[in-house]
Design a protein around this ligand. Structure first.
Ligand code: NAP
Length: 378
């Protein structure tokens, strides 16, 4: 069997390292031909030695290594790359996604932020250039499996599950004294810091609703979210005939990563169904977790709203991690920034990058304005 040549962007992170673990198990199937990271040059070089890769890049040139958006985009477009794995965190991954779809690659996509930021552009380019996008997010991976072969006219809606994060059950107005350590303590998933905070605010689910809209073409009212604390069912398809299709899998990202890389994986032991005591579901407390409604507002507005919400959230999450704002201020800042944005039709990359930049500057202003904290109830 001919080896698939893959380039892994964000190889030093949680998804990147898990991707390379799948490659280690299937060395006869894959050859790594490119590796990229943000700043961690030491780990990047270690991985390069292990996988004998010479094409390396960082977010910025550093330690005798090349870097920058153009270098990353060039690596993602290399003619000899079959699969681009985009496991970069944040809108920084947009250039990799755009380069991969523009050159008609198979894109194994963990970087949901690039779809939230520029979903229409990415999907349009993918259609035009014949690129294939395989979701790595566990919900979208499960959804793709549940949708396979189904008659779309018979589907009433799709349902994404959320674990509820570390603050499930907490009431609105009780978030301002949450510490960084508490917010990073996710009950079921082990992930990088940004997505872990997004899971605690439920922004991760908001981003996933937008991602599902772009990937599968469901309208906002056809995408629902339910809290499922055990994280065993990742997504569901509700048919018009009253039946619901689900996929069960343990909360282990190597499963959806493997599926994005190959159709015939054999990674994991099956779930021990007899030891599965509870599979419970509950509604999202939308007052305590306002980010979810923001996703639907964002889809209603369309255009550059996605880029703005995503960028404002990145700034607010970083500020919280640096203990510059309270946890409760994160949704307040994102909401304020979206409200002030004059939405433009998302037409090209320039318009999107401008909106992203505007949102970052505006969000940073709110971060500096300490009074976005407790007394504002948005
Ligand atoms: N972790 C999960 O279970 C999970 C599940 C579903 C989806 N996702 C999505 O997958 C993506 C990655 O998440 P993660 O949890 O793996 O994050 P992570 O552990 O923080 O890793 C992020 C990776 O991106 C690299 N990076 C950061 N900025 C970069 C830049 N400007 N250019 C190139 N590379 C850059 C980092 O490099 P350095 O190490 O050098 O900083 C690191 O390799 C996110 O979009 C997340 O939403 C993650």
């Amino acid at each position: 069997m001919e080896k698939k040549r893959i380039a892994v962007f964000g190889c030093t992170g949680s998804i990147g390292e898990n991707t390379l673990e799948i490659v280690r198990r299937h060395r006869k199937r894959f050859e790594v031909v490119g590796l990229a990271a943000g700043r961690n040059a030491a780990r990047l070089k270690e991985l390069a030695r292990e996988f004998s890769v010479s094409d390396l890049a960082l977010a910025e040139p550093r330690d005798d290594l090349p870097g920058g958006d153009e270098v990353l985009a060039e690596m993602a477009s290399r003619e000899d790359v079959d699969i681009v794995v985009n496991a970069v965190v944040g809108a920084a991954g947009l250039s990799v996604t755009l380069a991969a779809v523009r050159s008609g690659k198979t894109l194994a996509l963990a970087n949901k932020e690039s779809l939230v930021t520029a979903g229409e552009l990415v999907m349009r380019l993918a259609r035009e250039k014949g690129a294939t996008i395989r979701p790595i997010d566990s919900e979208h991976s499960a959804l793709e499996a549940c949708l396979c072969g189904r008659d779309r006219s018979r589907i009433r809606r799709v349902i994404l599950t959320a674990s509820g994060g570390p603050f499930r059950g907490r009431k609105a107005g009780s978030f301002d004294d949450v510490t960084v350590a508490e917010a990073l303590n996710h009950p079921t998933w082990s992930m990088g810091p940004k997505i872990t905070i997004d899971s605690a605010t439920l922004m991760n689910k908001a981003l996933e609703v937008i991602e599902a809209h772009h990937l599968f073409g469901f309208s906002p009212d056809e995408i629902a979210v339910v809290v499922h604390p055990q994280s065993i069912i990742h997504a569901m398809v509700e048919n018009r005939d009253g039946t619901v299709i689900v996929e069960l899998a343990p909360p282990d990202m190597r499963i959806p990563i493997q599926r994005a890389l190959m159709k015939d994986g054999d990674f994991s032991a099956p779930l021990d169904l007899e030891r599965l005591k509870d599979l419970t579901f509950e509604p999202v407390d939308r007052e305590a977790f306002p980010m979810l409604d923001l996703a639907y507002r964002c889809l209603e507005k369309g255009g550059t709203a996605g880029a703005v919400v995503n960028a404002a959230n990145e700034v607010a999450v970083q500020a919280f991690l640096e203990e510059r704002i309270s946890f409760g201020a994160i949704p307040r800042i994102v909401t304020e920034v979206l409200e002030r944005h004059e939405v433009k039709e998302e037409s090209d990359e320039g318009v999107i990058r401008e909106a992203d930049e505007w949102a970052r500057v505006t969000a940073e202003r709110f971060v500096r304005k300490k009074d976005i904290g407790k007394e504002r109830s948005i």
